[in-house]
Design a protein around this ligand. Structure first.
Ligand SMILES: NC(=O)c1ccc[n+]([C@@H]2O[C@H](COP(=O)([O-])OP(=O)(O)OC[C@H]3O[C@@H](n4cnc5c(N)ncnc54)[C@H](O)[C@@H]3O)[C@@H](O)[C@H]2O)c1
Length: 319
């Protein structure tokens, strides 16, 4: 299969490309090296497969109409759209940039799919779409979406336009709502990566909200299995679909730090700060629909996942 992955140099995109290349698929990857975090990290992410004979890289911005005239964009059967301005808190400062990249960018890609008769479109949505809905665990089709950040709103906008294209052009649009993904190559702005870095550097770890916020952390290998199922499964209905990819298990921020202390053998220095606007109090996925239709069955415990992250982090930083 020939698969287009947007955001291929990022955390999830590079892990997905590597897995699909191993399975023998042809991958075309797009990334604009958005300056949200260091370009060198993204080049490192690409380095293990950039010269793979089945891989083609296009440096470009999904919001640039010119990109879609690139002659390397050929014979694509499925689009996996991961490119986005990520991060909840920064979206509050520049909401229009988040909507340009995440909503308008998705429209341009859907137009590309329409013109090229590409019938499968897998979209990286987010648990943040459920926002402050306290009726957890959140279910895809019955939980009201109550976003509290421009980032979350931009993901809902992208899902909504996907629903429209599914209806108008018979595109199978599959929105996967990821729940706090972690593992090797995780973005440096996310809590687990930041906390490991700070604890090894003997820096103070700042905990928002007294450590009593809860996240449903999901290990990258489990997310990759969900993505794989969405790309290849024949049991997904036509048209528009949403699936939670979570772990159905909550960990408090305070407990996360304790796990990291145990794994590193270092006592953390903590500073408690106020909760941040845009951050939700707790996330928890109902994964029954994903289990039934995608055969999704997350296997990685938080302890095993954090140990795998620690191994990768130490190797990457020569510790
Ligand atoms: N990591 C998580 O916990 C998580 C949770 C929920 C949803 N998501 C979503 O999953 C996707 C991947 O997340 P990630 O953690 O790998 O983020 P990431 O920032 O590591 O990867 C995103 C990639 O997209 C690229 N990109 C951004 N804007 C672009 C544009 N306009 N044109 C081309 N490329 C562009 C960036 O350069 C980056 O390499 C994103 O859509 C994100 O919103 C991630």
């Amino acid at each position: 299969m020939t698969i287009l992955i947007t955001g291929v140099a990022g955390f999830i995109g590079s892990n997905l490309a590597e897995t699909l290349l191993l399975e023998g698929h042809q991958i075309i990857g797009i990334d604009n090296f958005d300056p949200f975090y260091n370009k060198q990290i993204k080049l490192n992410n690409l380095s293990s497969f950039i010269h793979h004979p089945l891989f083609t890289f296009i440096e470009g911005d999904i919001c640039d109409a010119e990109l879609y005239t690139n002659t390397k964009l050929l014979n694509i059967q499925c689009i996996v759209h991961l490119a986005a301005k990520a991060g909840v808190r920064p979206s509050i400062d520049v909401p229009e940039k988040y909507f340009t990249a995440n909503a308008n960018g998705t429209i341009l890609l859907l137009e590309f799919a329409k013109h090229n008769n590409i019938k499968k479109f897998v979209f990286a949505s987010s648990s943040s779409v459920y926002g402050k809905n306290s009726n957890s665990p959140w279910q895809e089709d019955s939980t009201e979406l109550m976003p509290i950040s421009p980032y979350a709103a931009s993901k809902i906008a992208a899902e909504t336009i996907g629903k429209v294209y599914a209806h108008l052009y018979n595109i199978n649009f599959i929105a996967l709502r990821f729940f706090t993904v972690y593992g090797p190559r995780q973005r440096p702005d996310l809590a687990i990566h930041k906390f490991f870095k700070q604890i090894y550097n003997e820096e103070i770890i700042e905990l928002y909200g007294k450590g009593d916020t809860y996240r449903d952390y999901t290990f990258i290998d489990d997310i990759l299995k969900g993505l794989n199922a969405a790309i290849f499964s024949t049991t997904i209905s036509d048209g528009f679909n949403t699936f939670n990819l979570g772990n159905c298990y909550q960990v408090s921020l305070a407990n996360l730090v304790q796990h990291i202390e145990k794994i590193t053998g270092i006592k953390a220095k903590l500073n408690y700060l106020n909760e941040q606007p845009g951050d939700v109090k707790a996330t928890c996925a109902d994964i029954n629909k994903s289990k039934n239709i995608l055969n999704y069955n997350p296997q990685t415990s938080i302890t095993d996942g954090l140990m795998a992250f620690n191994t990768w982090f130490k190797k990457t930083n020569n510790l």
